[in-house]
Design a protein around this ligand. Structure first.
Ligand code: CA
Ligand code: CA
Length: 255
């Protein structure tokens, strides 16, 4: 089909605080020790505080990294048989691009450019050129502020048409991906953060010529902290260690 303008009906197509003094009891003084433990008349070895702090740190890590990500949205577009030109959408996504549109193709139909993937979406539908956006799919669900992991397949238009630009957005997050005609259908993984609520949206920015990038297998999951968040936590743990070392030194000096 390479180079075919289109044979289908398309016009053109924080740190945990542990404090204390190590290993001595009795008539100790509390000067220099923010947490007065002298009234306990008992030793509470530094290693115990360290273990407590370590447990707290592990609790923080556990809270920050859920054991398994929950899938919030999933659509392989296979529930609808191809070909449906100017497709209106399904229970997960709605075509929101009027007067532009999207097409549902593939699945052994007339435009199965990526066989074996069932049905998939041509993000530039069959309503003619000159539309802005050329096509757009918007999730029916709205998602709140937070971290998300988004994966999907995106491929080139496969018909020799000019490269297409796809905008992917959710709330305050937005990015654009360019696919040349011959680019394969390949997995894109985005770890995104949005500060506002919003719907997941794939917007074909054009050029609007009834031939667009191909979208399939969209999965949105709960996310994990951005790498910068992990870095901040590690810095916090480093500070915790330094604080404990300082307290131990003070305790030995006081003794
Ligand atoms: Ca599919
Ligand atoms: Ca196009």
């Amino acid at each position: 089909m390479t180079g075919v303008a289109k044979s289908r009906n398309k016009a053109g197509d924080p740190p945990v605080g542990g404090s204390g003094r190590s290993g001595f009891a009795g008539t100790e003084r509390s000067e220099g020790c923010p947490l007065n433990i002298s009234s306990e008349k008992k030793a509470f070895p530094l290693r115990n505080w360290t273990l407590l702090a370590g447990a707290g740190a592990l609790a923080l890590l556990s809270a920050a990294a859920p054991a398994s990500a929950a899938i919030l949205l999933s659509d392989n577009f296979d529930a609808t048989a191809a070909d449906v030109l100017n497709w209106s959408g399904d229970t997960t996504f709605t075509s929101t691009s009027a007067p532009g549109s999207v097409d549902l193709i593939g699945a052994g139909g007339a435009f199965d450019f990526y066989p074996g993937n069932g049905s998939y979406v041509d993000l530039d539908g069959s309503t003619g050129g000159g539309h802005d956006p050329a096509g757009e799919l918007t999730s029916n669900a709205t998602f709140g502020p937070g971290n998300y992991t988004l994966t999907f397949l995106l491929g080139g238009n496969h018909r020799g048409a000019p490269a297409d630009t796809t905008q992917v957005s959710l709330g305050s997050f937005s990015t654009t991906l360019v696919r040349n005609s011959g680019d394969p259908l390949s997995t894109v993984t985005l770890h995104l953060t949005t500060t506002t609520s919003g719907q997941l949206r794939f917007t074909e920015q054009g050029p609007s010529d009834n031939i667009g990038s191909i979208l399939d297998n969209v999965i949105l999951s709960t996310g994990v902290p951005e790498p910068t968040s992990w870095a901040l936590m590690l810095i916090g743990f480093g500070g915790l260690g330094a604080m404990l070392r300082t307290r131990r030194a003070r305790g030995m000096a006081a003794a």
